[in-house]
Write a new protein. Structure first.
Length: 118
């Protein structure tokens, strides 16, 4: 059984930075795509970004491009989301997720709250 555990959420002022981390346990996810989604109150969960199994290719939603950076460790079981120039509209619960190559996101963390005050 795979477990994903996020950490690093909190309250920050607009323009500030936060770094989220996600640690996987239970099996190696070195061949999995790992990503981040977020869900704001009253809204659907939306894609934020993802990184391929080697860490060499990243993908971002337009809303965070240039402000957020995803990275993963060499072993592939930890992924981070560096969030800079945060805006109030980035306020959401952020979820870590993992998908096998070519498959759907099948593992999800419990989420970590990010609140950006104006």
């Amino acid at each position: 059984q795979v477990q994903l555990v996020e950490s690093g959420g909190g309250l920050v002022q607009a323009g500030g930075s936060l770094r989220l981390s996600c640690a996987a346990s239970g099996r190696t996810l070195s061949r999995y795509v790992m990503g981040w989604f977020r869900q704001a109150p009253g809204k659907e969960r939306e894609f934020v970004g993802a990184v391929n199994w080697s860490g060499g290719r990243t993908y971002y939603a337009d809303s965070v491009k240039g402000r957020f950076t995803i990275s993963r460790d060499i072993a592939g079981n930890t992924v981070s989301l560096q969030m800079n120039s945060l805006k109030p509209e980035d306020t959401a619960v952020y979820y870590c997720t993992a998908a096998p190559l070519g498959g759907k996101y099948e593992y999800w963390g419990q989420g970590t709250q990010v609140i950006v005050s104006s």
